[in-house]
Design a protein around this ligand. Structure first.
Ligand code: DGL
Length: 273
């Protein structure tokens, strides 16, 4: 048995906001990151396309020797995870696992709200999938949940346009549409791993009494607990503190975004799916 890295996948840079939190909590473990920037964004693509792209990425991680892959992308978790877990994993060695970000977030989001009113901002794909509604209801059946799709946020962030004058209009208008659906929201979840990058702009657009929750810490904490519950998987993971970053697009472009999304600039390699 060759121990391998934990694979972390996103359509682009967003998963780096989750990886950062995982690395803080599991500093000795090796991590392998892949951003499919050449085909981002996923949020406006069909179910079939997101599934196909995500499956190709999972296959790539397994070929690199990762026993465990985290889809650090809500859109991929919403549209591809279930089929991959139920259908595709059978083709691989039985110990391989793929986990997402929606379930661990849905498990605990009910603990944050005092009045049970939860708002979710996410990509159109995640919203249409209804995954958050279905998953949160399993753990917090009384919760009142509304969602708002923000189709332009990922393109703005991926293209580094979110600081430009004008970006605020698109940020504020989505937030307002969500608050108009339910003005009693006391907990607002960022249901896309790109959105922590515009956390401050969103914070300014909501009343101070509303809690704004980014999911990176929640997902990282859930991974720690998963490894405690699954010592068989834990012992398959290599631990030399290595972090390796790949993109399907231009490495230099990706590298220039890593300080913003990951907190430090790192070396990046290119690959094809
Ligand atoms: N970070 C992805 C998510 O969490 C963004 C998806 C996209 O590429 O639109 O949903």
């Amino acid at each position: 048995m060759h121990p391998g890295s934990i694979g972390v996948f996103d359509s682009g840079y967003g998963g780096l906001t989750v990886l950062k939190e995982m690395v803080q909590r599991l500093p000795d473990y090796d991590f392998l990151y892949l951003g499919d920037n050449a085909r981002a964004p996923y949020g406006t693509r069909s179910f079939e396309t997101v599934y196909q792209y995500t499956k190709e990425a999972v296959d790539w991680f397994f070929k690199q020797g990762c026993p465990l892959v985290i889809l650090a992308c809500n859109t991929a978790s919403a549209k591809a995870l279930r089929t991959i877990q139920q259908q595709d994993l059978q083709q691989y060695e039985p110990f391989r696992r793929v986990l997402g970000v929606i379930r661990p977030t849905a498990e605990v989001i009910g603990d944050y709200t005092k009045n049970g009113h939860i708002g979710i901002l996410a990509t159109p794909g995640t919203v249409q999938s209804q995954s958050y509604l279905l998953e949160i209801k399993k753990f917090s059946p009384e919760a009142h949940i509304v969602q708002q799709a923000c189709p332009l946020w990922v393109p703005l962030i991926e293209n580094n346009l979110h600081h430009q004058p004008g970006a605020n209009y698109f940020i504020e208008s989505c937030v307002q549409e969500l608050l108009q659906q339910d003005s009693a929201i006391d907990t607002l979840l960022l249901g896309c791993t790109h959105y922590p990058i515009i956390y401050d702009a969103i914070r300014k657009a909501i009343p101070p009494s509303v809690q704004l929750i980014a999911q990176g810490g929640i997902v990282a904490e859930s991974l720690v607990q998963y490894l405690q519950r699954h010592p068989d998987m834990d012992q398959r993971l290599s631990r030399s503190g290595k972090r390796i970053f790949y993109t399907t697009d231009n490495a230099a472009d990706f590298q220039s975004h890593t300080a913003l999304f990951y907190g430090e600039e790192v070396e990046v390699r290119e690959t094809k799916l």
